[in-house]
Design a protein around this ligand. Sequence first.
Ligand code: KG4
Ligand code: ZN
Length: 380
Amino acid sequence: MADAYILGIESSCDETAAAIVRSGEQVISNVVFSQIATHQPYGGVVPELASREHLRAIVPVVRKALADSGHNYKSVDAVAVTQGPGLAGALLVGISYAKALAFALDKPLIAVNHLEGHIHAVLLEERQKGNDEMHFPVLALVVSGGHTHLYLAKRNQQSWTYHNVGHTRDDAAGEAFDKVAKLLGLGYPGGPIVDKLSVHGNPRAVSFPPSQIKHPDRKDRASGNPNLRFDFSYSGIKTAILRYVETHQMQAAIETRRRNLLSIRQPKLEDYLANCDRQALDLIASFQRAMVEDLVGKTLMAARAYDVATLFVTGGVAANNELRQRFEQDSAMEGLPVYFPSRPLSTDNAAMIAAAAYPKFLLRDFAPLDFSVEAGMALR
Ligand code: KG4
Ligand code: ZN
């Protein structure tokens, strides 16, 4: 089989991205234009602004991905684009552009689920390192700003199927990082800031009750019940932090911190540290520890219940240092191999979209030109 060069396009949230990937196994170019600066003053992604920024960025980002790869529009074999899930207006920009490109160039068009992209980011990089031997079944934790999902992933030749065995009942883990950071006056996006500050606080200073989730459909594994579930919930910890802030009279310090950090164009770690007292640092570290314990604990419980051979942890929150260390430590104790994407491929990118498109390219599973955005797209 000759090599296939796929142009991937991603615009589901606040990153406009394009990449060229060879045969699902080598990143040739990978361009990500982040809109963080646009959304920062609002403390979160503003969907209307995201669509406008995608419109502005899509053409230069695709041109740069082609230029960096040494390819041109004619030399790519297919155009792949994120169909969903994500912000409808943002997805529409990538999809309209990809459709026009595929039509004008007479190339196949491939629609990709964003969550499948996150899972294929792991496979892409493992193949790139020469590791073709994945043992199945795989349990994949996709943990990002919009998702906290557990999938059992299976492969039958080129065809992939996914079975969801857990998801968040309310906030996604990344959303909890972002909301808590905002609540503490740290700005947006919260995950990377909390990650860096946590090592400076005492993670045992504040304890949070573990999230209790009732699973009416959880049955004994011996029954072979396919609905054995491992759900998450993060709205409780956010409320617990809010209550802690109120009962410990932290509001004035938070307001000062918010104002000080807003006045700095691109705050550095020293700026955050200079604006955080011991109490704030301890709260941040304790929050991260609670999140990590919950994510690792539930994922490993699911891994045991489904007797999986391999674990994937992917999505923006998979960039978190403590989460990686903890997964590595705890899965090693269970003899379970765990794989993460590199940090640049953990957060949103288009290389993962081009990689997930490759099996579809081989199966000639092409999208019709009238396919549409699926903002709430499920992965199956
Ligand atoms: O995968 P991603 O780029 O976009 C979505 O599909 O949502 O994930 C973005 C999320 C944000 O919530 C961000 O705060 C979080 O990932 N994130 C992190 C870290 N880096 C990004 N969370 C914890 N620790 C990090 N180092
Ligand atoms: Zn994502």
